[in-house]
Design a protein around this ligand. Structure first.
Ligand SMILES: O=c1ccn([C@@H]2O[C@H](COP(=O)(O)OP(=O)(O)O[C@H]3O[C@H](CO)[C@@H](O)[C@H](O)[C@H]3O)[C@@H](O)[C@H]2O)c(=O)[nH]1
Ligand SMILES: [Mn+2]
Length: 734
């Protein structure tokens, strides 16, 4: 059926598959671990030691294990309903032909130094050259840096696109970010024509890149260039990053018959936006920028579907739009879809992923697990939204959501009228007294604006979709390349998550009756990152200090109570190794993840916890620390060699160095004790210390063995040795 065209109409545009077998296996396995955890709790309760033999230390262990057990139970939810989606884009094309909806693509950037304009326009160019009718595409760049350098780069991109788009279409280029494309190795079998055109296009690209980078280095644009485009007049002497009027410049008007590429085909619309910024007005970071984009685009193109990208996330697959549309245009289920989220992938992950940035198990299992509860996360980038659901519409029974019925809002207005009309929408005062940032658009006041917005949308009755493409990554970005950056980013997420948990949006309360219970638990796996900090800190300090004092905190190896500890530990880790390997990690990457897990929990999570509480008490406001997308040469080199970067002094580094020392002291002291006193009751504690020491090996190297700039600063080493010694010798244990 289907070929004759009769059955085609009725076929679904996508398929959903749940892994049933693995679900049963996982339930049984989970149940045995749960029993193990309960036995551990019983052991702790029934063996509380006498007051002078470390009663409080024991109770602390019990508390930590209570928390870990509880936390582990909520993580189960993410694995019970793992669901995968399979779109059929050919059916979409046969069914809808050229009746496909218009798409608005938003790219956000915030600072030309941290996010180089060349990178930004590569993302823009990849979005402009989607394999989709260009007259239906509009690309909007929001520049929170309000920088004429970025504007200049976009102007260059608009000219280069006239060569780039036809080149891509002619030779079916992938990926369509010029930088990513030209960095590949080409096979020399292709025709000389292709080869020559590639060289010519590459030359154009390199020249453009050179001009942009020179301008960025100089920090200003020459007068000749400025004279080419009236838009530069917006940057008068009073314009600064934090203080300027709204700037809207339509660089390419897709409705203008003269806006064509080298082959005479229409170009997509291209718009530059820098929303108004005033020091006295909060700008709400990325959420504010997205909301301004939603309004400005509604004035210019008003496409029913919006694709939102961070400036470093280029499109890696030119057919992605068509695939995503399958989830919106399916007859049975499409109208319930609010957004289609793709995983975040990165092109700068090293083989063993030292900073654990790849998040393979999250991308392949956990996010798909959330999707199984119809509550896929919104991850802030690589996400197609239905404009209506993003703008606050509640899903209702008879909603049909026809994507082709949107009328032309533009009428006969000139570019000038459109620009002037949309500037007003990007002004600071525009949102006053409206629902923007509350019920409309992205939600304000949260460091993970994406997560909270996604939660709200799901609670409004929509069914978001998570789609993990099997063949080709749809979007590729840049992951942090230093430990410091990675921890700062993680802290921002953790803080935002915890903030949601403590707010009225706590999924157990806000989501009650609106999303499934499994989805509420799934959200909390992330929202509760922060409270993991103190139990973990406890577990990696107290056992080793007690070890030095000869106070046992675990059962003897010969006792039966040893079994649940051994089982829970081994089974849990075996499962986690199996998951990691199945998701494409190496064994070393899994080991590195254990280290990062320890470092993140003891640093990022700790500070996130403290800062959230401080803010909750109204004592401070936090900002959005933008993740750097560039590092200096030495750092990049060490990153490629998978050497961890400890070379700056920050409190986070003090903490991890001190913890590493405490465990080293504990291990040495413990071994001496065992040899001397033959005390069997301390063996498990020694094993715990030994594991922490093993996982921390790169830290000891960074403290004592490395001479490059990435080692720990001497001051950090000294501090950690002194503090760790004091803790081990002086800390009273009750
Ligand atoms: O005031 C701001 C700050 C940031 N951004 C943009 O937001 C994006 C994300 O910022 P980045 O520093 O790269 O953050 P990441 O930690 O990489 O971002 C992850 O986490 C964020 C929430 O914390 C999400 O918004 C992102 O989509 C997600 O990729 C970038 O394009 C920025 O240009 C703005 O537009 N305005
Ligand atoms: Mn980013």
């Amino acid at each position: 059926m289907g070929r004759d065209g009769r059955g085609e109409e009725g076929l679904p545009l996508f398929e959903t598959k749940v892994g049933k077998k693995s679900r049963v296996a996982y339930r049984i396995f989970g149940f045995t671990i749960f029993i193990g955890i309960c036995v551990i709790w019983v052991y702790r309760l029934t063996h509380i030691p006498a007051a002078e033999q470390g009663r409080w230390a024991w109770i602390g262990m019990f508390m930590a294990e209570l928390w870990f057990g509880f936390y582990w139970i909520i993580t189960l939810s993410l694995r019970l309903n793992v669901t995968y989606r399979y779109p059929f884009k050919h059916r979409l094309i046969t069914r809808y032909g050229d009746r496909l909806p218009a798409i608005d693509i938003f790219v956000c950037t915030a600072d030309p130094k941290i996010e180089p304009p060349t990178m930004v326009i590569n993302t823009v160019l990849s979005a402009m050259s989607y394999n989709y009718p260009p007259e239906k595409l509009s690309i909007y760049l929001s520049d929170d840096g309000g920088s004429e350098l970025t504007f200049y780069a976009l102007m260059e991109a608009s000219q280069f696109s006239k060569h780039w788009i036809p080149f891509c279409k002619k030779f079916r280029v992938e990926p369509r970010s010029p930088a990513a494309y030209f960095s590949q190795n080409f096979n020399h079998q292709d025709s000389t024509l292709a080869h020559e055109e590639r060289l010519a296009t590459k030359k154009l690209y390199e020249d453009m890149k050179f001009r942009i980078e020179r301008a960025t280095e100089l920090g200003s644009i020459s007068k000749e260039v400025k004279d080419q485009l009236k838009g530069f007049a917006e940057w008068n002497s009073r314009v600064t990053k934090q203080n300027h009027q709204s700037i809207v410049q339509i660089l390419i008007d897709g409705k203008n018959p003269n806006a064509v590429d080298d082959d005479g085909h229409q170009l997509p619309t291209l718009v530059y936006l820098a929303r108004e910024k005033r020091p006295q007005w909060p700008h709400n970071f990325k959420a504010g920028s997205m909301n301004a984009l939603i309004r400005v685009s509604s004035e210019i193109s008003n496409a029913p579907i919006i694709l939102n990208l961070d400036c470093d996330m280029y499109s890696n697959d030119s057919d992605t739009i068509k695939e995503a549309l399958c989830f919106f245009m399916d007859k049975e289920q499409g109208h319930k879809t609010s957004y289609v989220q793709y995983p975040q992938s990165f092109n700068n992950i090293t083989k063993n992923d030292i900073y654990s940035n790849a998040f393979n198990t999250l991308n392949m299992i956990e996010f798909a697990g959330m999707d199984g509860f119809n509550a896929a996360f919104y991850l802030g980038t690589g996400c197609f939204h239905r404009r209506e659901s993003l703008c606050g519409l509640n899903y209702y029974e008879n909603y049909r959501g026809d994507l082709n019925s949107v009328c032309d809002i533009r009428k006969d207005r000139t570019i000038y009228e459109l620009e002037e009309g949309s500037k007003v929408l990007a002004n600071c005062s525009y949102e006053t007294g409206t629902q923007w940032g509350k019920e409309m658009g992205l939600v304000y006041g949260c460091l993970v604006e994406d997560t909270i917005t996604g939660l709200k949308i799901a609670c409004r009755g929509w069914k978001p979709v998570y789609y993990y493409p099997q063949n080709r990554k749809a979007f590729v970005g840049i992951a942090p390349t230093t430990l410091d950056q990675a921890l700062v980013q993680y802290k921002r997420w953790t803080e935002g998550f915890f903030q949601i948990f403590l707010s009225k949006y706590c999924p157990f309360i806000y989501g009650h009756g609106k999303i499934k219970f499994g989805a509420q638990m799934g959200y909390c796996v992330y929202l509760l990152f922060a409270p993991n900090s103190f139990p973990t800190l406890y577990y990696v300090t107290i056992p080793s200090i007690c070890l030095l004092h000869g106070i046992p905190l675990f059962p003897e190896v010969s006792s039966l109570w040893f079994l649940p500890f051994a089982y829970v530990y081994l089974a849990r880790n075996a499962c986690s190794i199996a998951e990691s390997l199945a998701c494409g990690d190496t064994l070393a990457a899994w080991w590195n993840l254990q280290r990062m897990w320890l470092i993140r929990r003891t640093t990022s999570c700790t500070f996130a916890f403290i800062d959230t509480i401080i803010r909750q008490l109204g004592l401070s406001e936090t900002g959005f620390a933008i993740t750097a997308k560039v590092a200096d040469e030495g750092m990049s080199k060490r990153y490629k060699q998978e050497m961890m970067e400890f070379g700056s002094s920050s409190v986070m580094f003090d903490i991890i160095a001190t913890l590493a020392m405490i465990n080293l002291f504990g291990l040495v002291g413990g071994i001496v004790k065992i040899v001397w006193e033959m005390d069997e009751s301390l063996i498990m504690q020694i094993v715990v210390c030994w594991l922490v020491v093993m996982v921390n090996v790169p830290l000891y190297q960074g403290m004592f063995l490395r001479s490059d700039k990435g080692g720990f600063p001497t001051s950090v080493v000294l501090k950690s040795v002194v503090v760790a010694s004091l803790a081990c010798l002086m800390m009273p244990v009750y």
